[in-house]
Write a protein that binds this ligand. Structure first.
Ligand SMILES: NC(=O)c1ccc[n+]([C@@H]2O[C@H](COP(=O)([O-])OP(=O)(O)OC[C@H]3O[C@@H](n4cnc5c(N)ncnc54)[C@H](OP(=O)(O)O)[C@@H]3O)[C@@H](O)[C@H]2O)c1
Length: 244
């Protein structure tokens, strides 16, 4: 049985990915930072379906905590076969209102957090000569989002990392891909308020936000054995909002 670790799986897209993957033959590691209660409820929900799930706290900004999380998994189940870098934060600000603290904070979670997780996951994958890494980025990392220049910059960085690492790790049987969603109905998007979401929907040819279930379904395919030859690709489920 393969072990999948999903960062930021306590709510939103990450929680939905966990639920979707629990329909298949995976052992699921639910990483969380602040939302312990939600993560434990999800762990219980998946276990009640007779599937293996384990919620582990680690602030992905901190290398030691991330390394400790991977060591816990290694001691119990050998290692992580599939890493889904899903955790992320966002905020909406004019560029001139983004202070140094906010800039560092978003890069710490969205970029350094991904570095920490991949770095801790790789020794086992390299040893196995197989593995899958899937990064959750954003359309804004492809085309740039007004009022989200810091967020866009972090997601653009991970899109570039996805491409570069795929070239380095393909020789070791490890694939690296990214999913770059448009707007998805989660606590993250709720922050911008109903009126702004209605405006946003006017710019989406399909006229609505994605349901997290739709992203989870794509994840299930991306990490499956059926997806055996794709690497270095950024797949964007966005309802036609950007076509490139
Ligand atoms: N929603 C969208 O429209 C959209 C669109 C494109 C891309 N995305 C991307 O999809 C991913 C998930 O987004 P979402 O909408 O599901 O967001 P969300 O509902 O706000 O959930 C974010 C998750 O990230 C976790 N997280 C944040 N900081 C963390 C840290 N330091 N360490 C560990 N976990 C941390 C949170 O865990 P805790 O609460 O436990 O701290 C939470 O589970 C993000 O990378 C986001 O950028 C979202």
């Amino acid at each position: 049985m393969k072990t999948v670790l999903i960062t930021g799986a306590s709510r939103g897209i990450g929680a939905e990915i966990s639920r979707r993957l629990s329909l298949e033959d995976y052992r699921i590691i639910i990483n969380y930072n602040k939302s312990e209660k939600e993560a434990k409820i999800l762990e219980k929900e998946i276990r009640q379906k007779g599937k293996d799930a384990w919620a582990i706290k680690a602030d992905i900004r901190k290398y030691d905590e991330v390394k400790n999380m991977f060591d816990l998994v290694k001691n119990k189940f050998r290692g992580v076969d599939i890493l889904i870098n899903n955790a992320g934060i966002s905020s909406y600000k004019l560029f001139q209102d983004i202070d140094e603290k906010s800039w560092d904070e978003i890069f710490d979670v969205n970029v350094k957090g991904v570095y920490n997780s991949i770095h801790a996951a790789l020794p086992y994958m390299l040893d196995q000569k197989s593995g899958k890494i899937l990064n959750m980025t954003s359309i804004w990392g492809i085309v740039g989002g007004s009022m989200e220049s810091h967020y866009s910059a972090t997601k653009g960085a991970i899109n570039a990392l996805t491409k570069a690492l795929s070239k380095e790790l393909g020789y070791s049987g490890i694939t690296v891909n990214a999913i770059a969603p448009g707007a998805v109905k989660t606590p993250m998007t709720e922050e911008i308020g109903k009126e702004n979401l209605d405006y946003l929907c006017e710019d989406i040819p399909m006229g609505r936000l994605a349901d997290p279930v739709e992203i989870a379904e794509l994840v299930a395919f991306m990490i499956s054995d059926k997806n055996s030859y794709m690497t270095g690709q950024i797949i964007s489920p966005n309802g036609g909002m950007i076509v490139y």
